[in-house]
Design a protein around this ligand. Structure first.
Ligand code: BGC
Length: 411
């Protein structure tokens, strides 16, 4: 009698689903301190709704390693519920017919009206919402240690290329490392986003990276961009090879180096180290790219999963798109919200600038997709560009040779 009662209770609670543990499995590459802190905001949010979090971290900026891990899971028909993904990678997965349909939730919550069109181009495939954008990052930022600059006699932040080189010289002469950098292909390419924008402007950037125009890829402007990469290379320390980006950020945070060119996820590291913008560190656009924004957006791409996992998956998508969450998360991550209706009140000065820059660039047509972070060309071409940029940065290719090789990479 007693036994039947207990068994009955157990099966009743399983039938309602209310007591059954819901969970999401999430693949991502947020393993640095600031990234983990931001992810913690999302985990907590879900856990407060009774959804447990099954973490699948695969380190590596730009998500190359994460995409390789994902391929193995999709091939064995066992994808995670949600995957951090960038731009064209999202579209590539959608083409394989393995992603979920979020349209019911998206129309109920009005995502079409609040997510910028530049992001929707990737969040939707053939009219269906398939991913929930969690942020907008941008790559054409410089991060600087204020005390180092003061000691080096750099009093104002440079706004021109020559001004930047002069500042780098001063920092080196004062005994610091000019540019903190990690020699990994995606980091070299991140520098290149800003350098190409500074050298050729928005029209050239679009011609070369979005339209893959052969003449632009082979042009003197492209060669000049490579010459500038070689200039930057001369301010990098000898131990740069394969250094992780967050360790390069730490060099600026700890006052060993003056500058780092990196996307605004770097700000997450400064904040995680309790540093204050304007007081301890400065943020400014890569000199010559003021008014321009090369963006990338982390989106959680949802995969087709069994019925038992779908409820939790929708809870995750809904949580990501919540305006309060978008503020709380992005304040920690260093990025800005993926919705246009979120207040900037909780953001620090760099975040406020990031939000204003994005709105301005969007209105003026100076918003471009980051090549380095998958928002200009698909991985098949991006990886070809990566190879060229990295070989050149490591001195095994001349600027003229690299310029020709860029044009070959799109073929
Ligand atoms: C992602 C960021 C991440 C960075 C470094 C970028 O591709 O968009 O969210 O912080 O890589 O891991």
């Amino acid at each position: 009698m007693k036994r039947t009662l207990i068994a009955g209770l157990i099966s009743a609670s399983m039938a309602t689903g209310a007591m059954a543990a819901e969970s999401v499995e999430v693949l991502h590459w947020w393993t640095a301190g600031g990234e983990a802190a931001a992810l913690g905001v999302l985990k907590k949010d879900l856990e407060s709704q009774g959804v447990s979090w099954n973490d699948m971290p695969v380190a590596g900026g730009g998500g190359e390693a994460a995409m390789t891990a994902l391929r193995a899971r999709v091939t064995s028909s066992n994808p995670p519920s949600a995957v951090q993904a960038l731009g064209f990678d999202i579209t590539d997965w959608a083409k394989q017919g393995v992603v979920a349909d979020l349209n019911t939730l998206a129309s109920k919550e009005g995502w079409d009206k609040v997510v910028p069109k530049a992001l929707q181009n990737f969040s939707k495939f053939e009219g269906k919402w398939i991913a929930a954008p969690v942020n907008v990052h941008s790559t054409n930022w410089v991060w600087a240690n204020k005390a180092v600059l003061e000691k080096a006699g750099v009093t104002t932040m440079p706004t021109s290329w020559d001004g930047f080189i002069a500042a780098l010289d001063k920092v080196q002469k004062a005994g610091f490392i000019g540019l903190a950098h990690g020699g990994q292909a995606w980091q070299d390419a991140t520098l290149f986003d800003g350098v190409v924008l500074a050298t050729g402007g928005v029209d050239f950037y679009n011609k070369a990276f979005v339209q893959k125009d052969e003449a632009a890829l082979k042009s003197p402007t492209m060669k000049k961009s490579f010459d500038r990469m070689a200039q930057l290379r001369s301010y990098v320390d000898k131990d740069f090879s394969n250094r992780d980006w967050n360790l390069a950020s730490a060099m600026v945070i700890e006052g060993k180096a003056g500058f780092q060119i990196m996307g605004d996820w770097a700000k997450g590291e400064f904040l995680n180290a309790k540093k204050v913008p304007g007081k301890d560190f400065m943020c400014f656009r890569v000199p010559g790219t003021q008014g321009m924004v090369s963006f990338n957006s982390d989106q959680f791409l949802m995969f087709k999963v069994g019925a038992a996992s779908q409820g939790a998956q929708m809870k995750l998508a809904k949580a990501i798109m919540n305006p309060n969450f978008q503020s709380a998360f992005n304040v920690v991550k260093g990025s800005v919200p993926a919705r246009t209706d979120v207040s900037n009140a909780a953001f620090d000065d760099c975040g406020k600038k990031g939000m204003a820059d994005l709105a301005e660039a969007n209105a003026k047509g100076t918003l471009v997709g980051s090549m380095a972070h998958g928002h200009a060309v698909p991985a098949s071409i991006k990886n070809g560009f990566y190879d060229v940029i990295t070989q050149h940065f490591n001195g095994t290719m001349t600027s003229a040779g690299a310029t020709m090789a860029m044009a070959e990479a799109v073929q």
